[in-house]
Design a protein around this ligand. Sequence first.
Ligand code: NCD
Ligand code: ZN
Ligand code: ZN
Length: 341
Amino acid sequence: MSLSTFPGLIDIHVHLREPGATHKEDFATGTRAAVRGGFTFIIDMPNNPQPTISLERLREKKQLAKEKAVCGLGFHYGTNGLNTDSFKKAAADTSVFGLKLYCNHTTGEMLLEDLTLLEKVFAAWASDKPILVHAEGVELAAAIALARLYDRRLHVCHISQATEVELVRRAKAKKQQITAGVCPHHLWLTEKDREKMGAWAIMKPPLGTEQDREELWVGIADRTIDIVETDHAPHTKKEKAGEVPPYGVPGLETAFSLTLKGLQDRHLPLRLLKELLHTRPKKIFAIPEQKNTFIEVDLEDTWMVDDTHLATKCGWSPFTGWELPGVVKRVVIKGKTVYVG
Ligand code: NCD
Ligand code: ZN
Ligand code: ZN
């Protein structure tokens, strides 16, 4: 056994489902899944059944989380385009790390298709905290243009297509303040897996082609893509097996190992592991230093993904049965051991 010490991992994109859908996940089970995966700070998304688009909803989430979270937890504020009056206070809240907007249909009802409203949102978010977009294909081009017009920092969530990587690459070449995150499922799976796996591989954005997947790795290698984010989006087995399976897959417990495996297989520098999962997300979202916080991992040991050993309430993973490198052995947050593997 050879243990390496890392700073606590950071995931800026999780859906912990509380309040409103705690049969899928809650702040206790979701943060437990996080520490199992080596994460010590995560940021929750606003697309709850009653979306986090008012200060009252935000207060409610903070209150619920305070009693249950076993790791550091922050929030992204949401918008439907009609709550811009609350932006100033939301942006000033130290538990808020960004503004999330949905330009494409997904879980939750926060869709912003109307360009006029979208423009209003970019105009109104007068903050250094990034605007995060769920935008697919050409929607992304519109978001990039608006961010440039209003000088807003833009974070592109779950980048999945080769054309999107190229859009971000171009914006970066023009010195725009833009960053991009990629999910392990897009780095590892393609539409072919979707055909084999059915509902268990349905998520937004959908899995791409083999060429899309290749371009994501190129984007990691040339720094077009800044971070790995899980988009941990748990749904119950029953929901996934139903007539109309909801979009989303869990990811907190497999992200570290899948990233490590990809870097190893492609002979990319191992220092990227820390950059993609700690240093860069910390910098982009100005996440405060967690003192006496670290994880111990065995990079040489392997483990088998197994539904019965997962901490997420949904109890499944699209990677079940995969043998992965990198075992999290211990997680210490603010001097306290919160997980021993
Ligand atoms: C997410 C969810 O279930 O909340 N689903 C998904 O497929 N990614 C929403 C989202 O991030 O788009
Ligand atoms: Zn999304
Ligand atoms: Zn998401």
